[in-house]
Design a protein around this ligand. Structure first.
Ligand SMILES: [Zn+2]
Length: 155
């Protein structure tokens, strides 16, 4: 239910565990053992059992979900943290030299991009590609929400 929210939290660089399917008991045990904040849409799960450290996500739409979580947890959204974590594995990415990235990326990317990051676990390579603009829009949206005032134009 929260797959897109989890993906966006990772895009923004936040350490996010996500389980598409998990038994309630197992989830609550992980929650208790890890000390992590539980994000869920399951009202019964958190109300009946008095689960601490959680955010009950209200909206169906991922943008509103992301807004709610960022505000509720006072997450520091900044462009510098963006794409520092593997979207599949949730592990921190490492900077790659171009030579290390070549052969693992499409040719058109190899010719036009120079900064790459890679995941040690799944070998996926990331670069500032076509989704960058969308990511920057989302970061702006979230920062705008937090401050309540628009930053003055620079220059
Ligand atoms: Zn990975």
């Amino acid at each position: 239910m929260l797959g897109r929210l989890a993906r966006w939290l990772r895009i923004l660089g936040f350490d996010t565990w996500y389980f598409r399917e998990i038994d309630d008991r197992e989830l609550l045990k992980l929650h208790a053992d890890s000390g992590r904040v539980l994000l869920t849409r399951d009202t019964q799960l958190v109300q009946c059992r008095g689960v601490g450290g959680h955010v009950l996500v209200r909206s169906d739409g991922w943008e509103d979900q992301l807004r709610q979580v960022v505000v509720a947890l006072s997450l520091d959204v900044c462009p510098e943290r963006m794409l520092t974590r593997c979207l599949l594995c949730n592990l921190p990415l490492e900077n790659l030299a171009s030579e290390e990235a070549y052969g693992r990326i499409p040719d058109y990317v190899a010719g036009s991009m120079f900064a790459f990051r890679g995941c040690r676990s799944c070998d996926k390579v990331y670069w500032a590609g076509t989704h960058r603009k969308r990511m920057e829009e989302v970061v702006s949206m979230l920062r705008f929400d937090r401050k309540g005032v628009q930053e003055p134009p620079t220059g």
